[in-house]
Design a protein around this ligand. Structure first.
Ligand code: AMP
Length: 187
């Protein structure tokens, strides 16, 4: 059972590492970005709403995101195997809502893995990635939103003594190993 949050700037490698740990240890990978992009593709009401924020590099409203996560965390696979949260929480309000949900479910967080990557490297990676919301203007906005709204979570989880900071530049495999160590997995 793994119950972990991956924290870090856009482009820090949360998705890549979450995917690797998820496959290797058979733990559900829950990416709010992926869920929203799927909704946009399907053209659902959620997708239409989300797109207007995503296109600008803004955050989708807390209530919407919290509702999505609440539903996902109540599913059977999560109860059985735990979860890797990637891209959630992104605000203090989301983090507090998550605490409450996990308390109700009796599934406290093991760890929060903070992938720390230098600013220049982040911009370089995002420009190279070329996702639809990775234009220079949107990237700049997303980084500002990250610094203002998400970075305070580093302190929030640090105070709860569950934060592990990992330097996220280097070989993907080496970073995975460090994450495994932090989570007490064999590798
Ligand atoms: P990501 O793939 O994690 O970079 O997310 C892409 C976009 O989806 C973000 O720029 C936000 O607009 C939106 N998004 C994803 N996760 C969240 C979240 N937890 N809270 C608010 N918006 C989110």
């Amino acid at each position: 059972m793994i119950r972990v949050v991956f924290l870090g700037a856009p482009g820090a490698g949360k998705g890549t590492q979450a995917e690797r740990i998820s496959k290797k240890y058979n733990v559900p990978h829950i990416s709010t970005g992926d869920i929203l992009r799927a909704a946009v593709k399907e053209g659902t009401e959620l997708g239409k709403l989300a797109k207007s924020y995503m296109d600008k590099g803004e955050l989708v409203p807390d209530d919407v995101i919290i509702g999505i996560i609440k539903e996902r965390l109540s599913q059977e696979d999560v109860r059985e195997k735990g979860f890797i949260l990637d891209g959630f929480p992104r605000t203090l309000k989301q983090a507090e809502a998550l605490d409450l949900m996990l308390e109700e479910l009796g599934m406290p967080l093991d760890k929060v893995i903070y992938l720390n990557v230098d600013d220049e490297e982040i911009v370089k990676r995002l420009l190279a990635r070329g996702r639809e919301d990775d234009t220079e203007e949107v990237i700049r906005r997303r980084l500002k939103v990250y610094r203002e709204q998400t970075a305070p979570l580093i302190d929030y989880y640090s105070k709860k003594c569950i934060l592990v900071e990992i330097y996220g530049v280097g070989e993907i495999e080496e970073i995975t190993k460090k994450i495994e160590e932090a989570l007490g997995l064999e590798g």
